[in-house]
Design a protein around this ligand. Structure first.
Ligand code: M6P
Ligand code: ZN
Length: 186
């Protein structure tokens, strides 16, 4: 039996283990321009880690036909009335799709079609979310504990952050009267 690339996932925490698991972190500093309340953003510690990601990339990035696997861990918290969330992206190859599966915590997956139509799906342990191609995706942690979700996406999908940096999402998940609400921009 071949065990060379073996990794394991802890389904309670979402943590990946294995010699080939890579990690990265995004701090508030990396999320410049993401949150609408700039004054609240400036008042916070820029070195605060908002989310971390673990990746398993068994084939080279860009290869057609492979799959990547990862877990994202988003801390609880808010910038103003907006929950801590991922940058979000379209896939550079627009037709590529992806799965997200919630391991722990609670949150929302915000999906935006290319025409700007936006909706959210609640994330709770065990929830499975299919992200079709041509759809930008971002996750917000709406709970008081860390939100962890597994992801599986094609190795040639790529990340287009630029379109989101220029146009943003057309709706934001804001905490209104203590509850998450998807609010259209303008
Ligand atoms: C998931 C996957 C990754 C992505 C990560 C963080 O694990 O979709 O491809 O990089 O979430 O999201 P983002 O890249 O938008 O910061
Ligand atoms: Zn993606």
């Amino acid at each position: 039996m071949q065990t060379g690339e073996l990794i394991s996932v802890n389904f309670d925490s979402g943590v990946l283990n294995g010699a080939h698991v890579l990690e990265s972190a995004r701090t508030l500093r990396d999320l410049e321009g993401v949150f609408r309340d700039e004054a609240a953003y400036r008042a916070m510690d820029p070195s605060k880690v908002i989310y971390r990601t673990q990746f398993f990339l068994p084939v080279p990035e860009g290869l057609e036909g492979g799959l990547f696997w990862g877990t994202t861990f988003i801390e609880p918290g808010r910038v103003g009335d907006e929950y801590f969330m991922t940058k979000g992206h379209f896939h550079a190859k627009r037709d590529r799709s992806e799965y997200y599966v919630t391991a722990a915590g609670s949150g929302a997956l915000i999906l935006m079609a290319e025409d700007g139509a936006t909706h959210a799906q609640f994330m709770t342990p065990g929830s499975v979310h299919y992200i079709p191609g041509h759809t930008a995706h971002r996750v917000a942690n709406t709970g008081d504990t860390r939100l962890s979700f597994l992801a599986c996406w094609p190795s040639d999908a790529g990340h287009d952050y630029q379109t989101i940096a220029e146009h943003g999402f057309s709706a934001r998940l804001r905490c209104i009267d203590g509850k998450p609400e998807l609010v259209a921009e303008r």
